[in-house]
Ligand binder design. Structure first.
Ligand code: HGA
Length: 612
């Protein structure tokens, strides 16, 4: 959440900053702003999208060889221009910030006592004044921006990625990170910083990922980094494999639509390594065989869609691998008195690998002695894999739509692979069963493609959803989490209130909600629970609820008054939840189109949740 970008170059950096912000806009789109050095600090900020800020920058012909930019997802202070970043202190210091400063109230009072006037309600403005305070304490010519930033961050409690420039330092860009992502883009005679690689790719593919507590000093020709102990340090330079083309919309209207349709490819790319090597522990890292060999259970920790992926995995892990498995929302786990078992494998799941709650929950688990850790992530070198003993990278490619789609289904592949690997190691399944599971994975992209072909039928249904205020999603067993994911997708992008229930729970309360105006989506594959689900559907129909059923080709459902049925491909066995994710994604997407909401940038949300 919140995107920051900075550049120091021998060319006008404004086009690069604007382009970078457009690519980071998925992280926050409440307001946008840039500040450049052009003898003085010149700043443009606008509430709304980057494009509006870009127009304003063009109007005043903003140019500079050094600058910083920000696209905001507000945490402290409303969505207003005075709260938009960059924040400037006395015309001397400009700061952009991603994160939350927890001691901002206390620091604000201190700074007010020192005579600083605040023009925003943000926590970020505290950083600008604090840097200014340290910067100006030493009188000219001893002013040192790097020292000032280092001193300022020592006083901050909370999470931050910051980029700072000073009016009288045209050759210096200082950055720091703690808890929020930040990378340096290494150029020729120019250098960059950004929250993620997409923002620097048009200038360079060479990147250095900063670690927790790092402070860095960038000039046009040099990059110097100090670690959390203040020790000068070299960080590895990587060559990003993200292509610019993969970040473009291409023929699609929305990134969500593109990403839904990319799933057969994302799945085959993720499955490829498994097909090549089989279900071997090495897929998760060199130490996996040792770590997996004596685990007594699994603790999955995640948020949002990733939590639902974990919830599907619980069914797989317990039934196929025979290991007890708990799944918990990261923001609950981290603040609970957990009775942790160090012999449990802690699995964290996050598309970005930067989700703050998940990251903190992992730290907490480790503090309780749980060092058998595995992360499932889509972004290489992100914080979670760096903090975990083992990692499985999904190969979904960049996911830009705020509502996660391909990251979810590829996470499920990773979790299924984990399940079968553990089952095999524990002697729970025969070679023949292993081969069957491999075969199921091989056929998965094809089944998903068939599910995508249902789009025209689903689009017709979505018209019926568009005028509704509420919807229920029902599923049982492995498909209960898919009902939850379907409800989440619908609320995220259509703003229709949607709830998911394990179908057996209906009569314990939610049935009271059902009347003629309530659409009820049922995930009803032809599995052992089908007859139970059918009974639950009768209960809904008897109260006038309108049923929208996703069934398999081979389940014998017929349409009738108030019962609509779409048949997904032949039953995909244990991988059926992955195939059934597609129709619920398409339903939400088309209902959002019908309602005219902003599919890729739903209100109040943003991607990569790097704040609490
Ligand atoms: N706290 C700052 C930055 C918000 C942020 O990083 N959001 O993800 C603000 O509210 O402006």
């Amino acid at each position: 959440m919140c995107g920051i970008v900075g550049a120091i170059a021998q060319r006008n950096v404004v086009p690069m900053l604007v382009d970078g912000l457009k690519r980071l806009e998925y992280r926050g789109y409440d307001s946008a702003g840039i500040a450049v050095l052009d003898k003085e600090i010149k700043r443009v900020r606008r509430v709304g999208r980057v494009a509006e800020m870009e127009n304003a920058a063009k109007e005043i012909n903003l140019t500079g060889l050094l600058g910083i930019g920000h696209t905001r997802w507000a945490t402290h202070g409303g969505v207003t221009e005075p709260n938009a970043h960059p924040h400037v202190s006395a015309g001397l210091i400009a700061v952009v910030h991603n994160g939350i400063i927890e001691n901002h109230d206390e620091k604000r009072d201190e700074l007010k006592r020192l005579g600083y006037m605040f023009t925003s309600q943000t926590d970020t403005e505290v950083i600008a004044h604090l840097v200014h305070h340290h910067y100006t304490r030493a009188k000219d010519p001893a002013r040192d921006l790097l020292v000032a930033v280092k001193s300022a961050v020592k006083e901050l409690v909370g999470a931050y990625a910051i980029a700072v420039i000073a009016m009288d330092k045209p050759d210096q860009l200082v950055v720091a990170r703690m808890g929020c992502p930040l990378l340096i883009g290494v150029g020729e005679g120019e250098n960059f910083v950004a929250s993620d690689v997409s923002a620097v790719l048009s200038s360079t593919r060479k990147v250095i990922y900063l670690e927790e507590g790092d402070v860095a000093n960038l000039t046009r020709d040099s990059i110097k980094i100090w670690d959390k102990n203040g020790v000068a340090i070299e960080r590895t330079q990587h060559l990003s494999d993200v292509s610019l083309a993969s970040l473009e919309l291409g023929p699609y209207s929305h990134f969500m639509q593109k990403e839904i349709h990319e799933q057969p490819k994302a799945l085959s790319d993720t499955i490829e390594q498994v097909l090549e090597q089989g279900f071997v522990p090495e897929l998760f890292g060199a130490d996996a065989a040792k770590i997996f060999s004596d685990i007594e259970g699994i603790q999955i920790i995640a948020c949002g869609t990733s939590f639902y992926a974990g919830s599907v995995a619980r069914y797989w892990i317990e039934s196929i691998a025979g290991l007890p498995c708990q799944v918990e929302i990261a923001s609950e786990y981290r603040y609970r008195d957990v009775a942790a078992n160090p012999k449990h494998l802690v699995v964290t799941i996050s598309q970005s690998g930067e989700t703050l709650d998940t990251m903190e929950a992992l730290k907490f688990a480790k503090s309780l002695g749980c060092n058998k850790t595995l992360s499932i992530c889509n972004v290489r070198e992100s914080a979670l894999p760096r903090s975990s003993a083992l990692v499985f990278y999904t190969r979904a490619g960049a996911e830009i739509g705020v509502a996660s789609t391909k990251a979810f289904t590829t996470q499920l592949v990773a979790l299924f692979t984990l399940t079968v690997t553990l089952a095999k190691m524990r002697g729970r399944i025969s070679d023949e069963q292993v081969a069957q599971h491999l075969d199921a994975l091989r056929h998965l992209p094809g089944s998903v493609q068939h599910a995508l072909n249902l789009e025209p039928q689903i689009a017709i249904w979505s018209d019926k959803f568009a005028p509704k205020h509420h919807a229920l999603f029902l599923g049982r067993g492995l498909h209960y989490p898919i009902a939850m994911e379907g409800a989440l997708k619908l609320k995220e992008i259509t703003y229709i209130h949607a709830e998911a229930y394990a179908a057996g729970e209906l009569k314990h309360g939610p049935l009271a909600l059902v009347d003629e105006s309530m659409p009820v989506v049922v995930i009803a594959p032809n599995d052992t629970l089908l007859e139970k689900v059918k009974s639950n559907m009768q209960e809904v129909r008897a109260r006038g609820g309108e049923l929208f059923v996703f069934a398999d080709l081979d389940s014998h459902f017929s349409e009738s008054e108030g019962v609509h049925v779409i048949r997904t491909p032949r039953h995909a066995g244990v991988l059926s939840p992955i195939v059934h994710s597609i129709p619920v994604q398409l339903l939400a997407y088309h209902a959002a189109l019908a309602r005219g909401t902003d599919v890729d940038k739903p209100r109040n949300l943003a991607k990569s949740v790097t704040v609490e």
